[in-house]
Structures are given as structure tokens and as C-alpha cells.
Design a protein around this ligand. Structure first.
Ligand code: PLP
Length: 446
């Protein structure tokens, strides 16, 4: 593929800015955490330089994008891949006899192989493209779930799950007269492993658990939970929506039966994501949507279906989305992933300490090993007001229930603000966030 001309947005990429803000001193009198500046194998500036939108201003200030839990920003390699696909190679896939159909098919299947590589899956045939995490969970619920869950069966779902990993199971349980059992959390937002072990039984058919919580940042011990669930013959689905961008994933090592994620939380376009299924499990599942692409033979007397993964990809897929996802996976592979994880860990430690110095600020979730997500409340200030205030300073955070109401209720709140970080965020942005929150606190009451 040739690369389209992307000079159109080059004017928005300025030189890196000097650090201009300082956070308040730690309230505890403890020494200030060292602001991570890159080095050690990863420099966030190398990532920032690739991402045009990070260099725009919002309300007169440089953008600080701290809403990565909702979606991540896109490197120019991804933007270019979309342009190159539509500019030089647009075609439907798999059926065509012509050159462009072949090229588009090669891109699509290269994307599948790249996702298999990203997740440590042995074969691309274990990867099904979906619209994202939500559709992948629904696919498993409708296909595997309807075929395998019956009256009296149990599905275990930790309280920290995103609504997309609760509601599809609730719907399935209702239809099949099965039971959905919440696995409680401890005070720090980690999953109560004793309660999990107690809830598991031979009635358990499925455990659906996040690899990282979008609200609390908790990273559950998925490998150990999977091994325990397997002793009871239960299957395990892991929601990797918040994990894949933060640390390397290896489905073989986790042992999970299903792993799902969304491309847009991994620097790729919206509308594309993937389901990994263990080969033996996927092959035994019935189709969930009927149509073109997913069939072997069609006759009015009955139809036969394509082998996996195509059996689960009815209709024309999001081909350009796969081209973008392929570019995003390649872009990420250009960094030392362990060094990225170490950098984010340093950024989290720095941000936790700086935010704790803001009077009245409370962070929800402190499980050891959490990802760089800081959900917080600020006494006397509604989360929506906090987000609007920060937006005036060019800082994007999210406010609300974050599609994880049970997680928030664990802390007795219905709504909170959330700053969620990615590899391209910096200590300077943390300082700006904290300085802005301090100014909000200093406002005279309305
Ligand atoms: N699971 C988790 C942990 C998430 O954070 C999200 C989105 O925020 C989802 C699932 C749903 O992802 P999508 O809306 O891309 O399907």
C-alpha cells in the first residue's frame, strides 16, 4: 500500500513544551515521588510525537487527554493506514477474484494474525473480529452461553465489572433460569478471593472477569482465578478492554477460554475489536448471527456453516478498522512493552501522591498493581462540575458512573470523576490536573 499525504495536519505538531506546572507538596511530608520523565527504555515524547491530536489546544490550553479509559488517541500510523486503505485498496474481502479483493483480504487476515500475536494466541483462527468488547461478550453469551447454560447453573461475575460484562450475563441467566452471582470486593477494590473460592462449585458454568477494572484500576489475579475455575469445569471469559494498552497479555499463560478487547482503547479506530477463543471451545460453538461470509452451503432445506473464525463473522466486516487495528498493534510493538508498563507505574505513583495532597480528594481503589486509572471524589464538588472545570483548563477527564455502577456503590457513591492515563501522558499533565483541582478547591462557595 502507498502512504497518503498526511501533511494536512502537520502544522498542529509543535515542539515539546517545557514543564510549566508544579503539584503541591505531599500532605504527609513524605518525599515527593520522582516525576517519571522517560528513559529506562521508554520515552513518552516518542509516543506523543506520533499523535497529532495531543498537540491541539482546548479552551486556549494544550490538551491534556486523561480520558484514555473511555478511548485512546490515534497515532498518525493508524490515521495513515485508514487513508491508505480507502485511498488505494478499498474492496470487499474473501469473495473477490480481483487484485484489490486479494489485497484487502491480505490486510484483513494480517490484522487477525497481528491480534493473535498481541494476545499470545497460537493461531489466527482463534481470533474473531467484533465491533468491540461489548459485542464480543454478547457473542459468547448468545452462542456459547445459550448452548451451555441451563436452569440452576451459575455464572460468577465480580462486582468491579463494566456493565458490558454484567448485563449480557444477566440477560442470559434470565432466559435460561440460571443464577448470576456477584463476587464481592475488598476495601481496596481487589476481588475477595476467599469469597470467590467459596462461590465456585460444580454448578458454576462461567466466570466472567476483567483483566483490569476501568474504574478502580484493579488487576485481578486472572491466571489463578482461571486455574481454580477450571477445577470445577467452568469456563472463564476475561474482559481485556482496559488491559491490552497497559501491559503485555498472554492468553496461553492465563489459560482463559475467552479474551475480549476493543481496538479503540488500544490506539486503533472505533468499531473494531476481537474475541479470542480457545480452539476447542470456539470450534464447538454454534453461529450467533446468520448471513453472508459465515456459511459453507445454503439451501432452503438447511444450511451448513463455515469453520471458525468465519462462522462468527456474518456480513461485511469493518475492513478499514482492521487495517487501523493492524497499524496500532504494529505501532505498539515498536515500544518496549515492559518499559511502557514501568513508566505508567511511575506515572501512577506520582499522580496518586500528588492528588492525595489536594484537600478533600478521595481516590477510589488502591489494589496493589493497579493500572494508571484514578477515579476520585472531591468533597463539596459534583463530578460533572469537576470535569467541566478541568475542561476549561484543557484537561479531559470523565465524570459519571463509568458504566460500572456496582463498583462505585461499593464505595457508597453513584458518580465520580476519573483521570485515566496512557503511555503518552506525562508528569507535567499530572501537575496541571492537580494544580487545577487545587484552584477549584480555593474557589469561594457559590
Ligand atoms: N469492559 C471494560 C473494562 C471497559 O472499560 C469498557 C469500556 O469502557 C468495555 C468493557 C466496553 O467497551 P466497548 O464500549 O468498546 O465495547
Amino acid at each position: 500500500m502507498t502512504t497518503p499525504d498526511v501533511r494536512a495536519y502537520e502544522h498542529v505538531v509543535p515542539e515539546p513544551r517545557p514543564y510549566a506546572h508544579r503539584a503541591p507538596e505531599p500532605a504527609s511530608g513524605a518525599p515527593r515521588a520522582t516525576p517519571p520523565r522517560g528513559g529506562g527504555g521508554f520515552d513518552p515524547e516518542t509516543a506523543r510525537r506520533d499523535i497529532p491530536v495531543l498537540h491541539r489546544t482546548v479552551n486556549g490550553h494544550p490538551l491534556a487527554w486523561l480520558d484514555n479509559g473511555a478511548t485512546t488517541q490515534k497515532p498518525r500510523q493508524v490515521i495513515e493506514a485508514l487513508g491508505a486503505y480507502y485511498g488505494t485498496a478499498n474492496s470487499n474481502i474473501h469473495r473477490g477474484a480481483h487484485t484489490m479483493a486479494r489485497e484487502a483480504t491480505e490486510t484483513y487476515e494480517a490484522g487477525r494474525a497481528a491480534v493473535a500475536g498481541l494476545l499470545g494466541a497460537a493461531s489466527p483462527d482463534s481470533i474473531v473480529f467484533t465491533r468491540g468488547t461489548t459485542e464480543a461478550v454478547n457473542l459468547v453469551a448468545q452462542s456459547w452461553g445459550r448452548a451451555n447454560i441451563g436452569p440452576g447453573d451459575e455464572i460468577l461475575v465480580p462486582v468491579l465489572e463494566h456493565h458490558s460484562n454484567i448485563v449480557p450475563w444477566q440477560m442470559l441467566a434470565k432466559e435460561k433460569h440460571a443464577r448470576l452471582l456477584p463476587v464481592p470486593l475488598l476495601a481496596d477494590g481487589s476481588i475477595d478471593q476467599d469469597a470467590f473460592a467459596d462461590l465456585l462449585s460444580f454448578r458454576t458454568q462461567l466466570v466472567a472477569v476483567s483483566h483490569a477494572s476501568n474504574v478502580l484500576g484493579t488487576v485481578p489475579p486472572v491466571r489463578e482465578m482461571t486455574a481454580l475455575a477450571h477445577r470445577y469445569g467452568a469456563k472463564v471469559l476475561v474482559d481485556g478492554a482496559q488491559a491490552v494498552a497497559h501491559f503485555p497479555v498472554d492468553v496461553a499463560e492465563l489459560g482463559a477460554d475467552f479474551y475480549v478487547f476493543s481496538g479503540h482503547k488500544l490506539f486503533a479506530p472505533t468499531g473494531i475489536g476481537a474475541l479470542y477463543g480457545k480452539p476447542g471451545v470456539l470450534a464447538g460453538m454454534p453461529p450467533w448471527q446468520g448471513g453472508g461470509n459465515m456459511i459453507d452451503q445454503v439451501d432452503f432445506a438447511g444450511s451448513t456453516y463455515a469453520p471458525v473464525p468465519h462462522r462468527f463473522e456474518a456480513g461485511t466486516g469493518h475492513i478499514s478498522g482492521v487495517a487501523g487495528l493492524l497499524a496500532a498493534v504494529d505501532w505498539l510493538a515498536g515500544f518496549d512493552r515492559d518499559a511502557v508498563a514501568a513508566y505508567e507505574k511511575g506515572l501512577l505513583a506520582y499522580a496518586e501522591q500528588a492528588m492525595a495532597a489536594v484537600p478533600g480528594l478521595e481516590i477510589l481503589g488502591s489494589a496493589p498493581g493497579k493500572i494508571a486509572v484514578l477515579t476520585f471524589t472531591l468533597a463539596g464538588h459534583d463530578p460533572a462540575e469537576i470535569a467541566q472545570w478541568l475542561d476549561q483548563d484543557g484537561i479531559a477527564v470523565r465524570a459519571g458512573h463509568h458504566c460500572a455502577q456496582p463498583s462505585l456503590r461499593h464505595y457508597g457513591v453513584e458518580s465520580a470523576a476519573r483521570a485515566s492515563f496512557a503511555l503518552y501522558n506525562t508528569a507535567e499533565e499530572v501537575d496541571r490536573l492537580v494544580a487545577s483541582l487545587v484552584r477549584l478547591r480555593e474557589q469561594p462557595a457559590a
